[in-house]
Design a protein around this ligand. Structure first.
Ligand SMILES: *[C@@H]1O[C@H](CO)[C@@H](O)[C@H](O)[C@H]1NC(C)=O
Ligand SMILES: *[C@@H]1O[C@H](CO)[C@@H](O)[C@H](O)[C@H]1NC(C)=O
Length: 442
């Protein structure tokens, strides 16, 4: 074999690989393939799931009600309603259907309306771990749906379709006895795009909800394409950004945008964003971009010098002064709390903010892409922020706390109500929490 033929082979291989790549990217512009790439709903993990048997996937016996939700455009969605632990514990035995207890559960405890990410179904293992933790540790009900085209739901996915599905789930909760104020909207990954749009829609119609939690979110699908890497190593579309117009072509062909960044302006109320530093699917910079977008209206604007060539010294110092003012204002309104071995929390309060927003960003050290919500550290912040820890109704047996409850430093002297279901009754106000973080830090 001569050197020449080896070189020719290498060249041929590169040409073939290049052509396959160009072809694959070209296919992304075809709606059918684009839809399957964004939603991955053909991957029905776990395969051949029996949604009538949630016990099989790890949930307690008869704690979950499997049913269907109808959307306004006549799609039928598979759904699970999981009872809050305190309600489940009052059931006479596990031979009782959870169905008759749903109304009581909705009237007694808050509910997390959970929107999962792309691929797989509501019975996927990582998702079950979330329902399990929320229903037991936070003692809230959970409603998890499978969007159109996922699991046994009818239809095929689209951005508008998924937003309608989300709205149908919200309406089902209301018509089954929940108050809007008791519904906490929560999305993971692709589900954050759905959650943000639902929240924006409800805000616009002045319908209540307790808040929104965005776990491992992306700022928009367009931005995501630029940063997305398969398994954190192979950049998918990034090489295209080096070819002029090629990326613009993809942007132009993008049907499913989920532009959460632009929904930010419409979302009212409390928002919590959580992202792990070791998320190799979606970099945490997406969450930083979202947090900054929420913060933006509260900061003085900066005028870029219009013409950089003829910029005078005065223009320049005015510009740098504006930047400094913006930085100072940011430091004034954003509180930063460092939690050793867990992460950093940045928050700004709603008082005086436009549309009374209160936004928190938790950047965690661990959690990968799929397990952010499984971290107990985050669950506690969610419980505290959205008032999920308020003790259950007086009907629950309220045993008096033992005389020497022996509060640990991490609870900063708040009274714990032992005998209630909650493992920790955390300090109720933010001031306490900041002190706690300091104590832990030292
Ligand atoms: C949905 O179905 C109902 C009855 O089956 C029908 O009356 C209605 O027109 C349908 N709506 C749509 C949007 O297809
Ligand atoms: C749930 O309750 C029903 C009765 O309503 C019973 O038939 C069924 O076996 C129970 N399921 C489990 C897993 O115990």
């Amino acid at each position: 074999m001569t050197e020449m033929t080896v070189l020719t082979k290498v060249r041929t291989a590169i040409t073939i690989a290049g052509s396959i790549y160009v072809l694959a990217i070209g296919l992304l512009a075809v709606p059918y393939f684009q839809s399957h790439t964004v939603y991955l709903n053909a991957i029905r993990l776990p395969w051949f799931a029996d949604f009538d048997a949630p016990e099989r996937y790890g949930l307690a016996l008869n704690k979950t009600y499997n049913f269907k939700i109808q959307t306004v455009d006549n799609e039928t969605l598979g759904a699970w309603f999981i009872l809050a632990e305190s309600i489940y514990q009052t059931l006479p035995s596990h031979h009782t259907s959870p169905k008759p207890h749903i109304e009581h559960a909705l009237r007694t405890r808050p509910t997390i309306l959970f929107f999962h990410g792309n691929a797989a179904t509501r019975a996927f293992k990582a998702r079950i771990q979330h329902y399990s933790a929320f229903s037991s540790r936070l003692n809230v009900n959970v409603l998890a749906i499978d969007y159109r085209g996922f699991a046994e739901s009818t239809g095929s996915p689209s951005e508008e379709g998924l937003v309608r599905d989300a709205r149908a789930a919200y309406e089902w909760l209301i018509s089954s006895g929940a108050k809007g104020e008791d519904i906490l909207i929560m999305g993971h990954s692709l589900g954050t795009g759905v959650s943000a749009r639902l929240a924006a829609q409800l805000s616009k119609e002045e319908l209540p909800y307790r808040g929104v939690v965005l776990m491992s979110p992306f700022s928009s699908i367009n931005e995501l394409l630029k940063t997305y890497s398969v398994m954190g190593t192979v950049p998918l579309v990034k090489p295209l950004t080096m070819i002029p117009y090629a990326f613009n072509f993809i942007t132009w062909a993008l049907i499913h945008k989920f532009d959460t960044l632009s929904s930010v302006r419409q979302v009212k109320g409390k928002v919590l964003i959580a992202h792990a530093e070791n998320d190799w699917d979606i970099p945490y910079t997406h969450s930083e971009a979202l947090f900054n977008a929420f913060l933006d209206p509260l900061l003085p604007s900066v005028d870029l010098p219009s013409d950089l060539v003829s910029t005078t010294k005065e223009d320049w110092s005015a510009f740098t002064a504006q930047i400094a003012a913006r930085k100072t204002q940011r430091e004034n309104i954003v509180t930063t709390t460092r939690m050793t071995n867990f992460g950093v929390m940045e928050e700004f309060p709603g008082g005086g903010a436009p549309r009374e927003r209160e936004v928190t960003f938790v950047k965690m050290l661990e959690g990968n892409h799929d397990y952010v919500g499984v971290q107990e550290g985050l669950q506690d912040i969610i419980g505290r922020k959205f008032g999920l820890f308020t003790p259950p109704a007086p009907s629950a047996s309220a045993a008096a706390p033992p005389a020497d409850a022996g509060d640990s430093a991490t609870e900063s002297g708040s009274s714990t109500e032992s005998g209630s279901w909650s493992p920790v009754v955390p300090p109720s106000d933010r001031g306490d929490w900041t002190t706690v973080a300091k104590i832990v830090d030292e």
